[in-house]
Design a protein around this ligand. Structure first.
Ligand SMILES: Nc1nc2c(c(=O)[nH]1)N[C@H]1C(S)=C(S)[C@@H](COP(=O)(O)OP(=O)(O)OC[C@H]3O[C@@H](n4cnc5c(=O)[nH]c(N)nc54)[C@H](O)[C@@H]3O)O[C@H]1N2
Ligand SMILES: Nc1nc2c(c(=O)[nH]1)N[C@H]1C(S)=C(S)[C@@H](COP(=O)(O)OP(=O)(O)OC[C@H]3O[C@@H](n4cnc5c(=O)[nH]c(N)nc54)[C@H](O)[C@@H]3O)O[C@H]1N2
Ligand SMILES: [Mo]
Length: 795
């Protein structure tokens, strides 16, 4: 696919504005270490056999160990009993929903949720003494795990132009500084306002209101890097960009497809749902290049059987698809259904549903007929017999749920791939019936809610109309920058101020060195954060760290304890009530921080009573009710135990597309096919990280201990390259323009992965993701389809 794939030597950077030059690695210290990526040094790797089941007593052990070590024994256990409880706080880890209040156990969290809670409730502090002791250059020499382990950020800090160390700054001065920088810009579009998905509904709503009153729609968010492709595909085909299933649908399903996700690590509470589904007769089908432990079997760590090590088998069928081969696989399933309809069973396709509720069927049928089995099996790597066998089972039921996550969303053809998944469900009429539907499994705990609150660079006009009417102003209408466009704008000198509400923009973004250069070119980078991360070390001319309360912490305004609200992956909106003492008396809540910044920046230009709104968060919720559809009686409904479900028309077989029908999409088949000598690399999460927060260098289920610079390779691909297990290799990324990027010093590990495929961890491998390689329509970086070559390390 690359025009000149054999020549992997570095090329001179192109200079035309259309193809921004790749900056050289900026070596920032005397040891030649680039400050923008984790150090390329090995730790002491120890290998074990990959596991074939998830959780079990070991998971409880790891969870308890982490929490009690960070937060203390008594306090730690007390904190854990408040996670995901009615009146407690929402787990800051993933967005998987909780059971109904009456069905919750006293430990409604998982091993990885416990790690996230431990990271937030640690007793260690990063304060002025810490920053006086460590220069920014010194901090940059440490790994991401070390940075996070230093503790909670305790007070606002500033890195002044040319300074080597952060120093304290008063809150008022910090807000004035941001306000002055914002007001000095020629246009509001020269600032970008990022959001990560832990932000509450209340903070997100105020933030977008502030940003739009300031005058821009530059509201990039972590969704742009995450489920943007899902939202785009669902919106285009079904008219609603969210998942349609509820938790109780799982026990009613006959077949659950788990595509491109690793729930044992990233959504462990989902395994309880899957176990329950299996016990109710559902068959699980896993579609993944890797045999992930959490898809194979589950020993429930809080049930006696699980504690004794008895596991429930999860996937009864495992299709080890090639990376990016899913569109072909789903096309194959559709083709087999059409064949079955002609030859074996006339009802393999639900003609009644199709006639009544869909459009585009004939065009789709035509493309399916034109697609050959040769293409399908070559691109997917799955035999025709296996595809036909699964299709026969799908033909027997319409109670089909399809779940997916990053394995489907971070490819060039992601939107088309997800549309192909939807085509299959439409063929079977598997939407809007109990036990059926689409389930994009969200990542961050409130990433879905943030979108509902208007965090999007492209909110529709009718939504902006309501916002403008509620606050008597005219919101800007032209679309803002998403994440990739923001990076490009900062790089090109079109944006000068970066403000981040949570997250770790540098390490989460593609093309680390390019993004680092973009941030360095800013006048100001300001981060609202709870923990230290690499984005605090690669900064604009001036940098601010604005530390905020965490989820678990008490938030008192106007003398009264406040709660916030969040929306989970299934559209349930509920309370999150932090009750523990704040990590430091100097922390502000996110809503208060935004309000104070808005007052300082907008002064009399604003039509919003900021101060009044944040004295009582019920007032923010009343404001949300006036703007966001579906939030009538918000304050009352969210006080019901378990909260309330937002309406999802697809559940009632209503499709709010332009023609009121669900749309078949006849997209041409595509997949990235690396040339001989090249491999396709996916960047994935280990078991011991939450995105860019690294808890340890272990990846227990995959048998990796104490090393993250790992590349998983097929044994034969290693053999072809003469590579020995654990040999140090360099990964060279080749982008569609033939430009190269290098990630040095990874250990080659032979692994059960299809030929031609490779895997490495995010964020260490992000240096390889080209800034301009993004998904069609959604513009999400192609973090799971990176064309690389692998060769022994040169030094
Ligand atoms: N503990 C923990 N929990 C988390 C997170 C975390 O980092 N740690 N992150 C949160 C966030 S923000 C998100 S978005 C989710 C992410 O949750 P996941 O999507 O599960 O995360 P990834 O590790 O990116 O996993 C992708 C999975 O897709 C597979 N895959 C990769 N490419 C392909 C492909 O082309 N086809 C198919 N079929 N499969 C493929 C990989 O083998 C891997 O199993 O988890 C959330 N929860
Ligand atoms: N190559 C590659 N890149 C990827 C991915 C991939 O699979 N591969 N996945 C992408 C995905 S799915 C996502 S969602 C993004 C994640 O991108 P982000 O959301 O930007 O990154 P996180 O690592 O979740 O952010 C961690 C930081 O958030 C801050 N934080 C934690 N809790 C809070 C809080 O309550 N409030 C505030 N204000 N700050 C808090 C802490 O300071 C912490 O250091 O990364 C993306 N990048
Ligand atoms: Mo995500």
């Amino acid at each position: 696919m690359a025009p000149d794939s054999r020549d992997t030597s570095p090329k001179p950077p192109p200079t035309t504005p259309e193809s921004p030059s790749l900056p050289p690695n900026p070596f920032d210290d005397e040891h030649g270490h680039p400050s923008d990526e984790p150090p390329a040094e090995f730790s002491a790797l120890h290998l074990k056999k990959p596991e074939h089941k998830a959780a079990g007593p070991e998971a409880v052990f790891h969870a308890m160990k982490k929490v009690t070590r960070e937060a203390g024994l008594v306090r730690g256990l007390n904190i854990l009993t408040h996670v995901n409880q009615d009146g407690g706080f929402d787990c800051p880890s993933c967005a998987w929903p909780d059971p109904e209040p009456g069905e919750r156990t006293s430990f409604e969290f998982c091993e990885n949720g416990a790690k996230a809670v431990a990271a937030e409730t640690t007793t260690k502090r990063v304060d002025r003494a810490f920053f006086a002791q460590h220069s920014v250059a010194d901090l940059a020499r440490h790994g991401d795990d070390w940075l996070d382990a230093q503790g909670r950020l305790a007070e606002p800090m500033i890195l002044r132009p040319g300074a080597t160390h952060y120093e304290p700054i008063a809150w008022d001065d910090a807000f004035r500084l941001v306000a002055d920088e914002l007001n000095a810009l020629t246009s509001p579009d020269e600032a970008v306002f990022y959001t990560s998905g832990r932000t509450s509904n209340e903070a997100a709503f105020l933030y977008q209101l502030f940003v739009r009153q300031y005058g821009t729609n530059n509201l990039p968010d972590c969704s742009n890097l995450c489920h943007e492709s899902s939202g785009a595909a669902l919106g285009l085909t079904l008219g609603v960009g969210k998942g349609s299933v509820h938790l109780d649908d799982f026990a009613k399903a006959d077949i659950i497809l788990l595509v491109g996700q690793n729930p044992g690590t990233n959504h462990p509470r989902m395994l309880t749902t899957l176990q329950n589904a299996v016990e109710h007769g559902a068959k699980l089908v896993a579609i993944n290049p890797l045999k992930e432990a959490g898809l194979l079997a589950f020993a429930h760590p809080q049930q006696v059987r699980g504690m004794l090590g008895f596991a429930t088998t999860l996937a009864d069928t495992y299709l080890q698809v090639k990376i990016n081969g899913d569109q072909a696989l789903f096309r194959g399933l559709a083709k087999a259904l059409f064949d079955a309809m002609l030859h074996e069973r006339g009802d393999a396709i639900d003609r009644l549903f199709i006639n009544e509720h869909t459009s585009g069927f004939d065009a789709y049928r035509e493309v399916v007929e034109q697609t050959t089995w040769v293409e399908i099996t070559r691109l997917s790597g799955i035999d025709r017999e296996q595809i036909e066998a699964l299709a026969r089972r799908l033909a027997e039921t319409d109670r089909i749920i399809c779940c997916w996550a990053m394995g489907l969303t971070q490819h060039k053809n992601s939107v088309a791939t997800i549309q192909e998944v939807i085509n299959l469900l439409l063929l079977r009429g598997a939407l809007g019936k109990p036990g059926s539907g689409v389930c994009p499994v969200r990542g961050h705990s409130n990433v879905q809610g943030d979108r509902t609150m208007g965090i999007w660079e492209r909110m529709p006009d009718r939504w902006l109309d309501r916002l403008g009417a509620a606050f008597n102003f005219d919101p800007p209408r032209h679309h803002g920058f998403d994440v990739v466009q923001s990076i490009q704008a900062m790089h090109e000198g079109k944006a000068h101020v970066f403000f981040g509400l949570g997250g770790n923009f540098l390490s989460a973004s593609p093309d680390t060195h390019f993004t680092a250069e973009a941030l360095r070119r800013c006048r100001l980078t300001a981060q609202v954060s709870t923990k230290l991360n690499r984005s605090h070390l690669v900064t604009g001319r001036t940098a601010l760290i604005l530390p905020c309360l965490g989820r678990s912490e008490r938030d008192i305004q106007g003398g009264v304890e406040q709660f916030v609200t969040v929306e989970n992956s299934m559209g349930i909106v509920h309370q999150s009530h932090g009750g523990f003492s704040p990590a430091s008396p100097h922390l502000l809540s996110e809503p208060v921080m935004i309000a104070r910044l808005a007052v300082e920046t907008l002064k009399e230009r604003s039509t919003v009573p900021w101060q009044w709104l944040v004295e009582d968060y019920d007032r923010i919720r009343d404001a949300i009710e006036r703007v966001v559809p579906g939030f009538d009686d918000y304050n009352e409904k969210v006080r019901h135990p378990g909260g309330f479900a937002l309406e999802h028309p697809v559940r009632e077989r209503r499709f709010p597309t332009w023609d009121g029908k669900a749309h078949f999409t006849p997209a041409p088949l595509s997949a990235i096919e690396p040339e001989p000598g090249q491999l396709l690399l996916m960047t994935i999460r280990s078991h011991d990280q939450f995105n860019t927060t690294i808890y340890s260098r272990d990846d227990r289920y995959r048998g990796i201990r104490n090393e993250r610079r790992i590349v998983f390779l097929n044994q034969e691909d290693m053999h072809d390259r003469g590579l020995e297990p654990q040999q140090s290799v360099d990964l060279t990324g080749i982008d569609p323009q033939g430009r190269t990027r290098i990630a040095r010093h990874f250990r080659a590990i032979p692994y059960d992965i299809p030929r031609g495929c490779a895997a490495a961890y995010f964020p260490e491998a992000n240096v390889l993701v080209p800034i301009d390689s993004t998904a069609e329509i959604s513009n999400t970086p192609t973090s799971k389809s990176i064309v690389i070559t692998v060769a022994p390390s040169v030094d």
